[in-house]
Write a protein that binds this ligand. Structure first.
Ligand code: 13P
Length: 249
């Protein structure tokens, strides 16, 4: 049995009570019973709003980050148990914007993945190379190092994670990796997961992210090791996000 694909929206730091409500209502009106798993990863202040709006729907709730700590003096952070209180199913960890602007190291990302897993939240672990790293032929080394750190700490339950390959040069730029470029990195990641999880590696979702949109989704999702998408800009427009969902079968 082949697994269902996963289409996850990453709203990043966008939205308002009013805008979220109209976006989600438009999604719920037309999403029907999708052939794939669907999630939206929303800004933390809107988790309660989204929990209420998405209750009983086929769209799961996700967060964009979480703390590696359980509780205590960590100003500005949200723990996994707090996210659980709002019905959060997924948490993005190690997005390149967090690595770049907040100095998140591979070790910090691995610890966040562990905190999510320990609390029944599925971490969506992001990996990806910059343009300079790709052009200097370091893509393989970079993504393998990023994933290895997560496997090192979470090896015993690695089959519970979701991986997202997001080439940094493709994020928000309109430049998408070609299906062949994406597939070749996804195959590397699958092999690395196979090493850690044996036959369970086939069941791990490896998402592609980086300027995925309504026009290019089907071709990317047709690749054998692309099991879904992590969508930024296009997830903020209901018709576009719905088209991507429809392409994931
Ligand atoms: P865009 O789809 O806007 O390129 O963003 C991708 C991304 O970073 C999703 O996490």
């Amino acid at each position: 049995m082949t697994k269902k694909k996963l289409i996850a929206g990453n709203w990043k730091m966008n939205g308002s009570l009013a805008a979220n409500e109209s976006l989600v209502k438009a999604l719920l009106q037309d999403v029907g019973t999708p052939d794939c798993e669907v999630a939206v990863c929303v800004p933390a202040p809107y988790l309660a709003q989204m929990q209420a709006l998405l209750a009983g729907s086929p769209i799961a709730l996700g967060a964009q980050d979480l703390s590696a700590q359980q509780q205590g003096a960590f100003t500005g952070e949200q723990s996994a148990t707090m996210l659980k209180d709002f019905g959060v199913r997924y948490a993005i960890v190690g997005h390149s914007e967090r690595r770049q602007y907040h100095g998140e190291t591979d070790e910090a990302v691995a610890a966040k993945a562990a905190a999510a897993l320990a609390n029944g939240i599925t971490p969506i672990v992001c990996v990806g190379e910059t343009l300079a790293q790709r052009e200097s032929a370091h893509t393989e080394e970079v993504v393998k190092r990023q994933l290895a750190a997560v496997i090192h700490v979470n090896g015993h339950c690695i089959s519970e994670i979701v991986v997202a390959y997001e080439p940094v040069w493709a994020i928000g730029t309109g430049k998408t990796a070609t299906p062949e470029q994406a597939q070749s990195v996804h195959a590397l990641l699958r092999a690395q997961l196979h090493h850690a999880a044996n036959e369970h590696a086939a069941g791990i979702h490896i998402l592609y992210g980086g300027s995925m949109n309504a026009a290019n989704a089907a071709e990317l999702l047709a690749q054998p090791d692309i099991d879904g998408g992590l969508i930024g800009g296009a997830s903020l427009k209901a018709p576009d996000f719905l088209q991507i969902i429809a392409a994931a079968r």
